[in-house]
Ligand binder design. Structure first.
Ligand code: DOR
Length: 446
C-alpha cells in the first residue's frame, strides 16, 4: 500500500544537511516523516514545489513586537503576520515592552496574548536587571522563554544594565546563553551632546561610535570569562568587534542584521533620515565590509532582523528625539536571498544562519533542520522571482520598511509550520496558530 502523509511537498529542491538537491518531503502529525523520492505516496494535501527551493523554517531570533504597551507601533498579531509573509516560521521576542518582561507574570501575559493571535512559533526573552538578577536562573527556564536579554547601553525602553557589578551578578547567575545589546552606557552619556548639537540623524554613528560598541563587547567578554557565561552578542556593527569576537568563539556567538549588511552611512541618512536611525547605528562601508568578512569566515552565527517599528510620526521628531529602530522581520529573507542571488553568500550558508544556527545556539527542540522527526517547518522560496519591497505591503502597524522601493531577486512563496500551510503566495491560513517554542535544556523530565 502507498505510504500516506498529511502533507507532501513534491518536486522541490531541498536544502538540507545532505546539500542541495531535488526531493520530496512527507509530513505526518506535524513532523517530517520521510525525505527523498516519494513518487508513490498519497497525501491529504500536496504542494507542487517544482522550481522552488525548500529551506528549513527561517527563525528570527530578534524581534520587538511592542505588545503590551505600544500597540500603535506594532503588536503580536501584526508582527507575526509580517513574519510568515516574509517566510519566517519562528521568532524570539524582546523584553523592552511596557511593562518590561522581567518576571513570570509578564512572560505569562505575553504567552496568553500570543495564543490564537500569533501566526508563527514564538518564545520571549526575559529582561535581566539589577532587581531580578538573583531570580534569573529560575526565570530563564520558564516554558516559552528563550533566555535572558540585557541592554548594556540605553535604547528604546528603560531596560539597562550599565555597570560591571550588575553584569557580573547576571552572568554569574544564569545558565543559558545570554543575549546582549553591547553599547557602553558611560561613553554614550559622555558623547550625547554630539547628537543634540548636530540635530541630524547623520550624527548617529558619530555619537554611538565604534569605540562605544567595542568597549562594551570587551567588558562583556571579560566578565563572561570570569563568570563562565556564554553570551550572544546582538547586532554587531563594527569591523573591530568582529575581529575581537573571532578570538572568543568558544563563549561568544554573533548576530548581524540584514540592514547592517545592506545599508551604509552616509547615504542611508541622506536618503532616509531618521528611518535609518537604529541602535547600534548603521555605519560606513568599511564596517559593512567587516561584517561581510565575519559572515564569510564563519564568525557570524545568526542573522536577526531586530524588527523594531516606530511610527512615522514618532520618527518625524527632531533627532535625537526621534526613536531608534526600524521594521525588518518581513524583509529579512528577501534581503538575504537577494545577497545570495548576487553571490555574496551561498544558500547553504544562509540556511546555517537562519535555521541551523538559531537551533544550535539556543537548543530549540525539533526545529532548524529538514530531518525525519523534526517539526514540519519549511520556507519555500523562488530564487528567481524579482519583486519590489514596498511600504504598503508591510504588515507592521507602523506601515513602513527601510527597504521601500528596493528590487530584490528571491522571494518567499510559502511558509509551512508543523505541516500547516500558513502562507502561500501572500495568502494567509484561515487562523493564527503559532505555538511556543520548546528548548532542549529546559524540557521537563518525564
Ligand atoms: O534601534 C533599536 N531599537 N535598537 C534597540 O536595541 C532597541 C530597538 C527598539 O526597541 O526600538
Amino acid at each position: 500500500m502507498a505510504e500516506t502523509f498529511d502533507l507532501l511537498l513534491r518536486g522541490g529542491t531541498l536544502v538540507t544537511h545532505n546539500g542541495i538537491g531535488l526531493g520530496d518531503v512527507g509530513v505526518r502529525d506535524g513532523r517530517t516523516a520521510a525525505i527523498g523520492d516519494l513518487a508513490g505516496a498519497d497525501a491529504d494535501q500536496v504542494v507542487e514545489a517544482q522550481g522552488l527551493h525548500i529551506l528549513p523554517g527561517v527563525i528570527d531570533t530578534q524581534v520587538h513586537f511592542r505588545e503590551p504597551g505600544n500597540a500603535q507601533k506594532e503588536d503580536l498579531e501584526a508582527g507575526s503576520r509580517g513574519a510568515v509573509l516574509g517566510g519566517v516560521t519562528a521568532v524570539f521576542e524582546m523584553p523592552n515592552t511596557a511593562p518590561l518582561t522581567t518576571n513570570p507574570e509578564a512572560l505569562a501575559d505575553k504567552l496568553a496574548r500570543a495564543r490564537g493571535r500569533m501566526w508563527c512559533e514564538h518564545a520571549f526573552y526575559m529582561g535581566g536587571t539589577g532587581e531580578n538578577a538573583e531570580q534569573l536562573a529560575e526565570l530563564e527556564r520558564l516554558p516559552g522563554c528563550c533566555g535572558v536579554k540585557i541592554f548594556m547601553g540605553s535604547s528604546t525602553g528603560n531596560l539597562l544594565t550599565e555597570d560591571d557589578a550588575t553584569l557580573r551578578r547576571i552572568l554569574g547567575a544564569i545558565r543559558r546563553r545570554c543575549a546582549v545589546h553591547a553599547e557602553d552606557e558611560p561613553r554614550l552619556k559622555e558623547r550625547q551632546h554630539l547628537a543634540v548639537e548636530a540635530a541630524d540623524p547623520a550624527a548617529h554613528p558619530l555619537w554611538r561610535d565604534p569605540e562605544t560598541a567595542l568597549r562594551a563587547s570587551k567588558r562583556l567578554i571579560a566578565i563572561a570569562r570570569e563568570t563562565g557565561a556564554r553570551v550572544h552578542v546582538l547586532h554587531i556593527t563594527t569591523a573591530e568587534e568582529i575581529r575581537f569576537l573571532a578570538q572568543h568563539k568558544d563563549i561568544a556567538s554573533v548576530e548581524v542584521t540584514p540592514q547592517h549588511l545592506t545599508l551604509a552611512a552616509p547615504d542611508c541618512y541622506t536618503d532616509m533620515g531618521s528611518r535609518a536611525q537604529m541602535n547600534p547605528p548603521i555605519r560606513d562601508v568599511s564596517h559593512r565590509d567587516g561584517l561581510w568578512w565575519g559572515l564569510d569566515q564563519g564568525v557570524v552565527d545568526v542573522i536577526g532582523s531586530d524588527h523594531a517599528p516606530h511610527t512615522l510620526a514618532e520618527k518625524a521628531q527632531t533627532y535625537p528625539a526621534s526613536p531608534s529602530g526600524m521594521p525588518g522581520v518581513q524583509t529579512l529573507l528577501p534581503i538575504m536571498l537577494d545577497h545570495t542571488a548576487a553571490g555574496r553568500l551561498s544558500l547553504l550558508r544562509l540556511m546555517d544562519l537562519t535555521s541551523a544556527g538559531p537551533a544550535r545556539l539556543f537548543g530549540i527542540a525539533g526545529k532548524g533542520r529538514i530531518a525525519v522527526g523534526y517539526d514540519g517547518d519549511f520556507t519555500l522560496v523562488d530564487l528567481q522571482a524579482k519583486r519590489r519591497i514596498l511600504d504598503q505591503d508591510m504588515a507592521n502597524l507602523s506601515g513602513w520598511t527601510p527597504f521601500h522601493n528596493r528590487e530584490v531577486t528571491g522571494w518567499p512563496m510559502a511558509t509551512i509550520i508543523r505541516g500547516r500551510i500558513v502562507m502561500r503566495e501572500g495568502d494567509l491560513a484561515a487562523k493564527a496558530d503559532g505555538r511556543p517554542l520548546r528548548f532542549g535544556e529546559t524540557l521537563p523530565r518525564a
